[in-house]
Ligand binder design. Structure first.
Ligand code: GDP
Ligand code: MG
Length: 602
């Protein structure tokens, strides 16, 4: 396939507008996967993706499609890259777009342009991609394609006559999609007679083959058996296997200019496979490709083994999983309450949740995660500045006086039906937001931009926004600068002892309320034990909230009337089972859920 017969495109959209379904239909249409293969969302391979109905990893599939172009029928090789829609994973989207010349911008025919439609449009637009608008779900009774066309025109200056109308559900209009891709999206621009330059798009670890890298051949060509080097590490490798994702790996022995495919090169760990790296023929000299901006970690949380003993097992599980998710940062840390563990940086809370779930499901780890925090910057009297990723590392009674602190902010895009404007403004000002823009997409929809502290949106903002707008709001954000802020450390004390894993950093004006809520939440989750437990929230030495859990002797056998031995044993086992999910801090047993609940207070 010479590069004029290659098309690389991606599908971008707001979550749930039908990207994955459309990708499935295109794979079926080209005979790449069988129709009725019994697996909806073929490209959503991970268990978390299937359970939550979201795409987490971008996936690539190569398809072949015959098309009559200039009267001769030609077979085209088309690489489709399905992308995640959730804001946490926009990093994956921008990476995928680097290998594409065009994108299908899918918009739900009833819902219209939403916050991530806007974000994704600009990602594609800034990468100079050809954008084909696809108005999907036209089978819905409330579909209004003309209204959506008008929105696309007014928001993005897209020509309404270029929009394709489809239903990925009924199949209507799908036959126009691939011809439009072939005719409107340019072939990859690389030079086939130049030295090899390959962009490393992604990597994962396979039990049998080792590290598998997804690559886009920008210039030149690659053959099996050749020696390649990494621009980032200088390491050299032999190409042991090379081929395409069809979508299963199909060895082809080579990849030509403009192709997207995989290589296996004897890398021992995915740490060697740096996403965005340039690979080239060993002993040739090339200018490295621009690569990607590194992932930005928005939230940090401690991960600790739930049953104390198996730190090594957790260590192993995290190592394995980070092989397939290089966007997590991991450093060892220790907590006096929880022992040895890890401080991990995530792209957002959903990313954190997904990582946690994958650790448990795919790697059998049992994990307690501590209250997440955003990265703050503190300045001390001696002029030194510290990045704080763990509130516990901030002294409660600093001898060195804190002279200034800064918190990260985001620029948020919110799209809502006009009647909710008032309540959204109230919510945003409660969350310390500053309005940057307020306009209308059409007569029914308002568009707002806010600058908000990251801390205020990381937890529960989206749920709150959804609930005050009857589910109609859509929301997206990108990171903005740090702003100075009046922050304090809030300690939680159990029986007078501060629990480092429960410390948080809050805005001074919110400390009172957050402290109150935290101790009330904890009281609900801590069972009565054989002694009284006091729960306190404090700023420095000043206690701002307090609750007590009174003592009670818990006797599971009290429920047993007769002397039924098996029943007795069952109950005892049940109690043991319950204990497993507890974490003993000092002399107090804290259930795992308590940690999870604390994170919902903001
Ligand atoms: P993604 O989040 O953009 O990948 O969206 P999905 O492909 O997962 O689709 C979200 C939901 O919309 C699923 O329940 C699909 O079955 C449904 N859906 C997708 N395309 C259509 C369509 O053309 N018509 C209708 N009625 N439903 C669709
Ligand atoms: Mg999807």
């Amino acid at each position: 396939y010479s590069s004029d017969k290659i098309r690389n495109f991606s599908i971008i959209a707001h979550v749930d507008h039908g990207k994955s379904t459309l990708a499935d239909r295109l794979l079926e249409l080209t005979g790449t996967i069988r129709k009725g293969h019994g697996q909806p969302q073929y490209l959503d391979k991970l268990q978390v993706e299937r359970e939550r109905g979201i795409t987490v990893k971008a996936q690539t599939a190569t398809m072949f499609h015959k098309h009559s172009f200039l009267r001769t029928e030609t077979e085209f090789l088309m690489n489709l890259i399905d992308t995640p829609g959730h804001v946490d994973f926009s990093y994956e989207v921008s990476r995928s777009l680097a290998a594409c010349q065009g994108a299908l911008l899918v918009v739900d025919a009833a819902q219209g342009v939403q916050a991530q439609t806007v974000a994704n449009f600009y990602l594609a637009f800034e990468s100079n991609l050809t954008i084909i608008p696809v108005i999907n779900k036209i089978d819905q009774p409330t579909a209004d394609p003309d209204r959506i066309k008008a929105q696309l025109k007014s928001m993005f200056d897209l020509d309404p006559s270029e929009a394709l109308l489809t239903s990925a559900k009924t199949g209507q209009g799908l036959e126009q999609v691939l011809p439009a891709v072939i005719e409107r999206i340019p072939p990859p621009p690389g030079k086939s007679n130049s030295l090899l330059r390959m962009l490393l798009l992604d990597s994962y670890y396979d039990e049998y083959k080792g590290v598998i890298c997804h690559v886009a051949v920008v210039d030149g060509a690659l053959q099996k058996g050749e020696k390649i080097s990494s621009a980032a590490t200088g390491q050299s490798y032999e190409v042991l296997d090379v081929g395409i994702m069809h979508p299963e790996l199909i060895p082809t022995g080579m990849l030509l200019t403009g192709q997207v495919g995989y290589i296996v090169s004897g890398m021992r760990s995915t740490k060697e496979a740096r996403v965005g790296d340039t690979l080239y023929h060993t002993r040739s000299t090339v200018e490295p490709l621009p690569g990607f901006k590194p992932a930005k970690h928005m939230v940090f949380s401690g991960l600790y083994p739930a049953d104390g003993s198996d730190f090594e097992a957790l260590n192993h599980a995290i190592e394995r999983l980070t092989c397939n998710d290089a966007s997590v940062s991991v450093t060892k840390e220790s907590s006096s309450a929880l022992g040895l563990g890890f401080r991990c940086g995530f792209l957002g809370l959903l990313h954190m949740d997904v990582f946690h779930q994958r650790l448990e499901q795919e790697h059998g780890a049992h994990v307690i995660s501590t209250v997440p925090t955003v990265p703050y910057i503190f300045e001390y009297a001696d002029g030194s500045k510290k990045h704080i990723h763990n509130p516990a590392t901030l002294p409660s009674n600093p001898k060195q006086r804190v002279t200034a602190c800064w918190e990260p902010t985001v620029t948020a895009t919110i799209i809502i039906p006009s009647e909710y404007v008032g309540s959204v403004i109230t919510l945003c000002s409660e969350r310390r937001g500053e309005q940057l823009e307020h306009s209308f997409i059409d007569s029914q929809r308002a568009f707002m931009k806010y600058r908000l502290p990251l801390r205020e949106i990381v937890v529960d903002f989206y749920n709150e926004l959804k609930s005050i707008t009857s589910g109609y709001a859509s929301f997206d954000y990108e990171d903005a600068d740090y702003q100075d802020s009046d922050l304090v450390k809030l300690d939680i004390l159990l029986n007078g002892q501060p629990v480092d894993a429960m410390a948080t950093i809050v805005h001074r004006l919110k400390a009172q309320r957050v402290g109150r809520e935290l101790v009330e939440k904890l009281k609900k989750y801590i069972d009565r034990q054989m002694f009284e437990i006091t729960i306190q929230a404090a700023i420095g030495s000043k206690v701002i909230a307090r609750e007590t859990v009174s003592a009670m002797r818990k006797n599971v056998l009290a429920k047993c009337y007769g002397g039924d031995v098996t029943r007795k044993r069952k109950l005892l086992e049940k109690q043991k089972e319950g204990k497993k999910r507890m974490k003993r801090i000092g002399s107090v047993d804290i259930p795992q859920e308590a940690f999870h609940e604390l994170l919902k207070v903001s």
